[in-house]
Design a binder for this molecule. Sequence first.
Ligand SMILES: Cc1cc2nc3c(=O)[nH]c(=O)nc-3n(C[C@H](O)[C@H](O)[C@H](O)COP(=O)(O)OP(=O)(O)OC[C@H]3O[C@@H](n4cnc5c(N)ncnc54)[C@H](O)[C@@H]3O)c2cc1C
Length: 347
Amino acid sequence: MKVDYIVVGLGLAGLAFVEELIAAKKTFIVFEDDSQTSSLVAGGVYNPVILKRFTPVWNAQEQLKVALPFYKKIEEKLNITVDEKFVIKKAFKSIEDQNTWFEACDKPKLIAYLDPTLDSQKYHGVIADFSFGNVHETGRIDTKKLVESYRSYLEDSQLIRFENFEYQLVCLDNQLITYKDVSASRIVFCEGFGIKKNPYFKYLPLNEAKGELLTIHAPELNIDFLLKSTLFVLPLGNNLYKVGATFNWTDKTSDPSQEGKEELVEKLKKVLNVPYTIVSQSAGIRPTVAGRRPLVGVHPTHEQLIVLNGLGTRGVMIAPTVAKNLYNHLEKEEELDKEIDIRRFSK
Ligand SMILES: Cc1cc2nc3c(=O)[nH]c(=O)nc-3n(C[C@H](O)[C@H](O)[C@H](O)COP(=O)(O)OP(=O)(O)OC[C@H]3O[C@@H](n4cnc5c(N)ncnc54)[C@H](O)[C@@H]3O)c2cc1C
């Protein structure tokens, strides 16, 4: 079998790159071994504002301009709905918090998103003594539905193999790569935290930030916005809410833990005062980079080997833009954004 590209990993990064390949009518085969879960468990929220500091997310406006039509196109192609728009309500913790909000509302990059009128309404079950600030132009991509539907779509056309990609079987010979029965011009590695096992790219400084979430059933809570307080509380419908998330910088497994659950339950006491039951718990590893810029580009010595990784905590917004830039760089000689180019790190 001869293809233009082998793609390793079908999370948000792999999916965004495959969309570029399909649009350009390139041939490809994907390998996916279910070893990482980040794109399957993600909250999926897109939000142009960092609510801890009330600062704009890197290139947020530009990324949203690419991302929202990107997900819309996939919705139409697969006949699914994955994009749900809502308002985020930031629960303030103090008067100082409110004042910082007012200052942020005047920043040119935030004017379109932050509402200067505070919401002092009481929402049954929500603990908030200092009102809320509304963030607009936000929403959520149901990443589990998106990735699973996309994998089925590829499976129907035999464009994905559900098996581990074995790095030691890669044969690099001048311009052509052979891997088992496949020969290809390039391999694009999109393995998330799985990159740590990749002999070609494990030198890159990718850090693990394990995150855990709970799904709770809270029949007395009735909110249709994303609540951002000590935790986020995201309505899923039918009185179900996703609650999260933890950050653990040492645990390298994707397994839900008792410690993660206890942390979320403890924090939830400061956020909600209605009864709830825990329906499920999930976990995954965010592929993060110090400096918060993705890891994208061509291997320093093997130019057929490419990486698309480091989407961190914001894969939903970032993936479509960086995948497009990477594809245009490889096929149309477009310059790769210097901020994401792996050449900023030496091997
Ligand atoms: C708890 C949590 C909450 C989050 N919330 C949000 C959010 O609200 N908004 C947001 O934008 N982002 C969020 N994120 C971050 C987001 O999930 C990531 O940025 C994104 O999913 C990373 O996508 P990826 O494709 O790079 O990696 P992954 O999703 O990890 O995908 C990599 C894929 O490669 C496969 N793979 C790895 N090695 C191999 C191999 N050798 N052979 C075959 N296949 C392989 C893996 O099985 C996996 O499917 C969250 C993450 C977590 C964990």
